[in-house]
Design a protein around this ligand. Structure first.
Ligand code: G6P
Length: 635
């Protein structure tokens, strides 16, 4: 989390930096700041809270500087106060740094630098960096790799400093004495460089670049780059020059605009039918028929060995992606017959299960940058390397960002084709991850022959109908859900119940609501309610039950009735033709008739809308809920 930007070129830097930060605000919004270099001085302006506060502070200030850096913060070390806001500077105010990540050895460095006379002004880990660079400029160390002082003493000082940092970080650094240089660094946190005409940009994520250029070079771990008005030079931390070329992004800047919707989240909910369609088009073979049983109906290009010898699957993920992983587990076990475990990536890292042979590890992350998920995958690869052949690592990533760090860790990616998602609460990327799991499970079911082609065909037909069914829910339900949301403006607790394949959807419905409306919400397997949460129920606690006709329908209805007997207001997500449901539920969120197996892609939509409208009605910042960040690049 945290977003960093940098600019060097011919235009006024500050407005470009602010515009870039606007596109990165999803990464954190505890404070924001920019620093620019002009006439041998650094001007640094920072403000607590959202970017708007910084913009207000900068309004009316003339700033012709053509070099600068900017930051939007998600606080880790130090309170979200202005004195902790980035950019941070050295004692003499000659060097300014913005950072995304965590410097793990900052305490030792801080003590050491203080002892050498450097004056600290914040509680952050980042502040050690400008002081350390200043120290390396004043007292260069001779024996650290290949010196770059011939190219630039500033570049060399940054190189020497980053070699002393431990942790995961991306940096942008400027110095008042080097008005033609912007130095960027990447170590386990994302950073991309944008190439313009006589101007260069850097940013934590490409949405901040696409308004200016599509020519983008993502730095790799252990690399630093020197951006000057003449071009970009890339080096390793060891000082070796690398030959690198930008690639062209296939991106439309319009995707990062609201296009008439009040919030990005609502826009992204509405994009779901299109996203599901795009994902199905990418992976389903249109010309396939069950009679052609020698050809897979899917087009995932997975290595054959992953299907033939597969004995276990383990999924690692965080947040909403973890919920997608739970649906994935259901599908992989029930359709493809592969025992599957789903782990929180943050737990997996420190308590991994014993190694099993012929195991596929799947990392699910929409951003492809979540630090815990990446580390879990990396650890899994490392602990399997050197083991006997049956235990070798097989890593698959499911992501919306094929240009992300995830791509450098796994052997194969499934692209979810959802397009950039700006709202912090994930919606369309979740449904796209579900589609990826349906495709994966069906591919494995086909290859492992756990489902016959004739059993697969109706599932594919059902999948193809989903986009139109989603459109129907959006058309017919949004208005009603908006009205319904008025009832819950003062509600403090919600319970979401589901069973089987819809249990993860109950979790996701609860997560959406708590993330953006700050209402306490719990998702529970319906059958477990009587073992605890039932004690919470009274007339003030609405219960949302997902009751899809199928294997667990009657059970869910019984569980819902147990809640009703405790005076809870019952809201049912069920199929529109269910007459029985209107007798049981106080409020209905009907969805089109759909096979239970495919229902999560529909049942989640009214829950997203419910969370959205309750939060919007409460007047909350739906797209940037408090304390959250979309891309969590720290542990
Ligand atoms: C953050 C976001 C969530 C997201 C989670 C995992 O917590 O606020 O919306 O689900 O990270 O993100 P990933 O990019 O790995 O899917």
């Amino acid at each position: 989390m945290c977003g960093i930007v940098g600019y060097i070129g011919t235009q006024a830097a500050s407005s470009i930096l602010l515009e870039g930060l606007r596109k990165l605000e999803y990464r954190g919004y505890d404070s924001a700041g920019i620093a620019t270099v002009h006439e041998g001085q650094i001007q640094c302006v920072r403000a607590k809270g959202k970017l708007q506060n910084l913009e207000d502070k900068l309004a009316g200030l003339e700033n012709p500087a053509r070099l600068g850096i900017g930051h939007t913060r998600w606080a880790t070390h130090g309170k979200p106060e202005e004195y902790n806001a980035h950019p941070h500077m050295d004692t003499a105010y000659r060097i300014a740094v913005v950072q995304n990540g965590i410097i793990e050895n900052y305490r030792e460095l801080r003590e050491d630098l203080k002892a050498k006379g450097h004056e600290f002004r914040s509680e952050t880990d980042t502040e050690v960096i400008p002081h350390l660079i200043a120290e390396c400029m004043a007292h260069p160390v001779a024996d650290q790799g290949q010196s770059l002082s011939y190219q630039s003493p500033f570049l060399e000082a940054v190189r020497q400093a980053v070699n002393q940092l431990e942790g995961a970080f991306a940096l942008a650094v400027i110095c008042a004495d080097y008005p033609d240089e912007l130095i960027t660094v990447r170590q386990q946190a994302p950073l991309a460089i944008g190439f313009g005409q006589g101007e260069f940009f850097c940013a934590s994520d490409t949405p901040a670049l696409v308004a200016h250029t599509r020519a983008v070079l993502p730095l790799e771990n252990g690399e630093l780059a020197r951006l000057t008005p003449l071009g970009v030079e890339v080096y390793t931390f060891g000082g070796e020059r690398l030959k690198k070329f930008p690639r062209t992004l296939n991106w439309n800047p319009i995707l990062v605009e609201k296009q008439g919707f009040k919030h990005f989240m609502l826009k992204e909910i509405y994009e779901q039918p299109g996203v599901v369609r795009a994902c199905l088009e990418a992976y389903l073979r249109n010309d396939w028929a069950p009679e052609q049983s020698q050809v897979s109906p899917l087009n995932l290009n997975l290595p054959a060995v992953w299907a033939d010898q597969l004995a276990h699957i383990q999924i690692v993920a965080c947040g909403t992606s973890w919920h997608a992983g739970l649906v994935g587990k259901y599908l992989l076990e029930q359709l493809a017959g592969v025992p599957t475990q789903v782990h929180y990536a943050s737990e997996f890292r420190y308590a991994p299960p014993p190694l099993t042979p012929h195991t596929l590890t799947i990392g699910v992350t929409q951003s492809g940058e979540t630090a815990d998920t990446l580390s879990a995958l990396d650890m899994e690869r490392q602990r399997r390397q050197g083991q006997p052949p049956d235990y070798q690592p097989h890593l698959l990533g499911i992501t919306n960002r094929t240009d992300s760090t995830l791509a450098t860790i796994v052997e194969h990616l499934i692209n979810t084709h959802a397009g950039i998602e700006i709202g912090v609460a994930a919606t369309k990327t979740f449904t796209a991850q579900l589609v990826a799991f349906y495709c994966l499970a069906l591919e494995l079911a086909y290859r492992r022959r756990t489902l016959s082609p004739t059993a697969i065909a109706p599932i594919l037909d059902g999948l193809r109908q989903l986009p139109a069914q989603m459109e129907l829910i959006l058309e017919s339900q949004e208005r009603y859900i908006e009205e319904l949301s008025h009832e819950f403006v003062d509600t403090q607790d919600f319970i979401f119940l589901g069973r089987g394949i819809n249990f993860p959807i109950a979790l996701e419905g609860a997560l959406k609501l708590k993330e953006i409306s700050y209402i306490h919400a719990e998702g529970y397997p319906a059958g477990e309610m009587k073992h605890g949460p039932i004690a919470l129920l009274d007339a003030k606690v609405p219960v949302v039950a997902i009751a899809m006709p199928g294997a667990v329908y009657e059970k869910v209805i019984s569980n819902a009735q147990e809640a009703k007997a405790r005076d809870a207001l019952l809201i049912g997500v069920t199929v529109s033709q269910d007459e029985h449901a209107s007798e049981v539920f106080d409020r209905l969120l009907p969805i089109p008739v759909v096979d239970e197996l495919l229902s999560p892609l529909l049942t989640v939509v009214p829950l997203q809308l419910l969370a959205y409208h309750i939060a919007a009605r409460r007047g909350l910042d739906v797209d940037q809920p408090r304390n959250l960040a979309k891309s969590v690049t720290v542990e």
